[in-house]
Write a protein that binds this ligand. Structure first.
Ligand code: ADP
Ligand code: MG
Length: 436
């Protein structure tokens, strides 16, 4: 029988948003991390993955539901649960050895034992010889290894890795991931279960015993895919490729707002994050799609390989194409629509007109900006106004990104212009009302 180490039961969490109301970030999250398994968690940025991990680690409390650690309610942070973050805040004036010892020191472990344990972990993670180095003398990959060593030295029962490999270049990330899997498989670390948040679909499929897919607003687990292949796995094998395909399919289901099934839910809302895709990329992918060898339809993972886009970039541009009616997404494939074909065949000014029309119909934020400008007598409005609106539902980073995307798209669609220096959005010249 497998034991549940940590269990979330109908967990909900809200944060106060800019207007003072509470916004549900997680709702009805049911999840159990079992002994002996690695679970990967995929989902859009801002969907609440980090919040879920922080709740599991006891760093923040849940507003609803229960968090159980070995069957008992978790109060405060648990010693046996450690998190590894994307960027590990190493102390720049401390050597690798001292950085790794820090947590043990905080627990009052005597210095001799500290040294031995740190040395052992530094060796395991492939940093021997660098004990005396300072963080600035290390590459990004090595610094991340120090971060992981810092978690491992505490001999955690559970490791929660929050995009631990995302900041590294592809090869460095892969190597580190393989090393960790080897430590795990060989039983050299006492860790009994791992939860890995990732933006990389291949990484999730290569590592995990099951892959969970998170939906946004509010975050909850929307799909689960068990992976019964033995590790180490061959990234090029047919089984792995098929699973990657399946995950792409799950992640793009419902396209505009992945994970939303009803038609009303599937429509983008005013306060939603916008996928990050610039015009060059949108048009580049469309043009690629109509050509050989795709002739209108492509397998997303293959397209990702050819274009060398990251999963996040590829999903964002695919979702944009679906949102604008230029393509359809199903089962991990992207298929161009008649409108998409018309778009590719059109001249530049025609493209811009189509783009503008599709924006007005499908992107409420752009339509809202246009409406605001038309209502305003001067025909111009400060961008801050829209930022403040977005801050009701998005964090600062996502709000800025959504507005930046809306402005770029809207300008291309000839719906409005933007004065970068003044931070003012205004109607295009020929449509600006004549000043009195
Ligand atoms: P993910 O890790 O999936 O990108 P997060 O869990 O970091 O998502 O955030 C989910 C949402 O919760 C975001 O919209 C974020 O702005 C919000 N959020 C996270 N932490 C806080 C906080 N301490 N206060 C207010 N809002 C927060
Ligand atoms: Mg996060």
């Amino acid at each position: 029988m497998t034991t549940n180490i940590v269990e979330l039961k109908s967990v909900g969490k809200s944060f106060r948003s800019a207007d003072g109301s509470d916004r549900a970030v997680l709702a009805g999250v049911d999840f159990a991390l079992k002994e002996g398994e690695i679970v990967a968690l995929l989902g859009q940025s801002g969907s609440g993955k980090s919040t879920m991990l922080r709740i599991m680690a006891g760093l923040i409390g849940a507003d609803q539901g229960q968090v159980l650690y070995h069957g008992l309610p978790l109060f405060g942070s648990a010693r046996g649960i450690r998190m590894v973050f994307q960027s590990f805040a190493l102390f720049p004036w401390l050597t690798v050895q001292k950085n790794v010892e820090l947590g043990l020191e905080a627990q009052g472990v005597p210095s001799e034992e500290r040294e031995l344990r740190a040395e052992k972990v530094i060796d395991l993670i492939g940093l021997s010889g660098f004990e005396g180095a300072l963080p600035r003398e290390l590459s990004g990959g090595m610094r991340q290894r120090v971060g992981i060593a810092r978690a491992l030295v505490m001999e955690p029962e559970i490791l929660l890795m929050d995009e631990a490999f995302s900041a590294l270049d592809v090869l460095t990330g892969e190597r580190l991931r393989e090393d960790i899997l080897e430590l795990w498989e060989s039983g050299q670390i006492p860790t009994k279960a791992m939860l890995v948040v990732s933006h990389n679909i291949e990484e999730a499929v290569m590592m995990a015993d099951r892959v969970l897919i998170f939906s946004s607003n509010p975050g909850r687990i929307r799909a689960e895919l068990p992976i019964a292949l033995a590790r180490p796995r061959n990234a090029d094998s047919q089984e792995v490729r098929a699973l990657i395909d399946e995950v792409y399919g799950l992640m793009t289901a419902g396209s505009a707002r992945p994970g939303r099934t009803t038609e009303k839910e599937a429509k983008l809302q005013l306060g939603d994050r916008l996928p990050e895709a610039d015009i060059a990329r949108i048009e580049g992918i469309l043009e690629l799609l109509v050509d050989e060898p795709y002739r209108g339809q492509a397998d997303l993972p293959k397209l990702g390989e050819e274009t060398e886009l990251t999963d996040r970039e590829l999903l964002d541009v695919s979702i944009t194409l679906a949102l604008l009616g230029f393509a359809q997404l199903a089962h991990g494939d992207i298929t161009i629509t008649p409108l998409g074909e018309q778009y590719v065949a059109a001249s530049n000014p025609e493209r811009q007109t189509i783009f503008g029309q599709q924006l007005l119909e499908n992107v409420p934020l752009v339509a809202y900006i246009c409406h605001g400008l038309e209502q305003d007598r001067s025909g111009d409005l400060p961008e801050d106004l829209f930022l403040r609106l977005l801050r009701f539902t998005l964090n600062a980073e996502d709000a800025e990104s959504a507005l930046r995307v809306a402005i770029e798209w809207g300008r291309y669609g000839n719906l409005f212009e933007y004065n970068f220096n003044a931070g003012i959005i205004h109607l295009p010249k020929d449509e600006t009302p004549v000043p009195e």
